[in-house]
Design a protein around this ligand. Structure first.
Ligand code: FAD
Length: 376
């Protein structure tokens, strides 16, 4: 069985390795000159910048890829748990060190709003139930059969899926600062806490279950380890080749055509490029069925991000590894991005300082940062 995988982000690499473990002959095709997609690493003047992902929540999913081939992931990468997961900072100077340490969490919650301690404990217990249904039971099940989807409705209603994450959190805690902290998780996956279904509250528990981790040498170091594994397992990697057509005979996928005109045939093609490009350009319009075409026209993009990468000639010891800074106009800022499609002048942002944990990311006496803010 010959399989082609388009795109070398985490998704494409995982698909390539899983197909290889099933005995397929696999070719991975990437249009950039290096692997990783959004998890690429940029290097300049001794500074290393992870292009995108920095927060690792379920490292077992990465380890699994090595274990498929009987390999020990520790020989390829070094993923460490962080003590403080996020430091939340508010305009009035309040700081909250969010972590997996229950005692420290309860102490800080009592300092911010003693009346909310009990609600916080109840909220965590409720998100455990969402996690058990939404993650353990349903996260790897395709929702393609209407009957199967209908069968889930009663339990999803019981889990209050009709509420937004913010509204669910607000039903347990009253303090606005705690509401923001405990409901921010949809932002990590491009969603608005004020409108995203409370099922995404499962991330709150997912973090509690496995913690927040950092890959020493940057997230790009995981990609490097996975590239070594793919080479060892004889996956053919073609870097710097763009696929510009997925070839089909109308019913069956036959292979791909590269931008240079070369064609490669295959039994399977897994395409892990961005969906709009796949449906608009790589697939023939006539291959898309009527219902999908109808749905496609109603689809919308999630939010975007501005990302700044910068190094400093100074070390900022008091800046945590992950900082989330809330502006005063938090809700207004999100309404602007998601509904009005414009940027507010009072933005909230995320600041990554990997050098808080790993001094290999910058020259001696320097710090490196990634700062990102949501945008329409
Ligand atoms: C700034 C930022 C911060 C993030 N932070 C986190 C985080 O902390 N934690 C987390 O879990 N997630 C985070 N994410 C999300 C995470 O980065 C993505 O979900 C993940 O990297 C996507 O992987 P992917 O394989 O699906 O796609 P991508 O990484 O986008 O990979 C797609 C690949 O396909 C290639 N490609 C596309 N079209 C073609 C073609 N026609 N021919 C050949 N190659 C093609 C592209 O060049 C690319 O390499 C973040 C994302 C961003 C942008």
């Amino acid at each position: 069985m010959k399989s082609i995988v388009i795109g070398s982000g985490f998704g494409g690499i995982s698909a390539a390795l899983r197909l290889r473990a099933k005995g397929h002959e696999v070719i991975l095709i990437e249009k950039q000159n290096d692997l990783g997609g959004r998890a690429r690493i940029f290097r300049k003047n001794g500074f290393s910048f992870d292009a995108g992902p920095t927060v690792i929540t379920a490292p077992y999913l990465i380890y699994e890829l090595f274990e498929l081939f009987g390999k020990d992931p520790k020989n390829y990468l070094n993923i460490k748990p962080l003590d403080i997961w996020y430091q939340f900072v508010f305009e009035d100077g309040t700081k909250f060190n969010y972590s997996g340490n229950d005692e420290k969490m309860k102490k800080q919650i009592s300092e911010v709003s003693p009346d909310d301690l009990e609600g916080y404990i109840k909220l965590v217990n409720f998100t455990k139930k969402i996690f058990e249904k939404g993650y353990l039971e349903l996260s790897d099940v395709p929702f393609t059969k209407p009957f199967f989807m209908m069968k889930q409705i009663p339990s999803l209603l019981k889990l209050k899926s009709y509420k937004s994450v913010y509204s669910l959190v607000s039903s347990y805690v009253k303090n606005e600062k705690l509401r923001r902290i405990l409901s921010m998780h949809p932002l990590l996956v491009g969603g608005n806490p004020f409108t995203t279904t409370s099922i995404y509250g499962l991330i709150l528990y997912l973090e509690k279950k496995w913690g927040i981790h950092y890959s020493m040498g940057g997230t790009g170091n995981i990609i490097k380890g996975l590239e070594t594994l793919m080479n060892e397992e004889n996956i053919k990697i073609k870097k710097g080749f763009e696929v510009n057509k997925i070839i089909s005979n109308g019913k069956t996928i036959k292979g791909i055509r590269l931008a240079n005109g070369d064609e490669i045939s295959a039994n399977n093609v897994v395409c892990n490029a961005d969906p709009p490009d796949v449906y608009e350009r790589l697939l023939n319009k006539k291959d898309l069925n009527f219902f999908f075409n109808f749905k496609r026209k109603r689809m919308d993009y999630s939010m975007g991000l501005f990302v700044y990468y910068f190094g400093t000639k100074k070390v900022y010891k008091d800046v945590a590894h992950h900082t989330i800074k809330f502006g005063n106009k938090y809700k207004e800022h999100l309404d602007d991005i998601f509904d009005k499609k414009k940027l507010n002048d009072d933005i909230s942002y995320y600041l990554h300082r990997p050098t808080a944990t790993d001094n290999s990311m910058a020259p001696d006496g320097c710090d490196c940062f990634l700062c990102s803010s949501s945008s329409p």
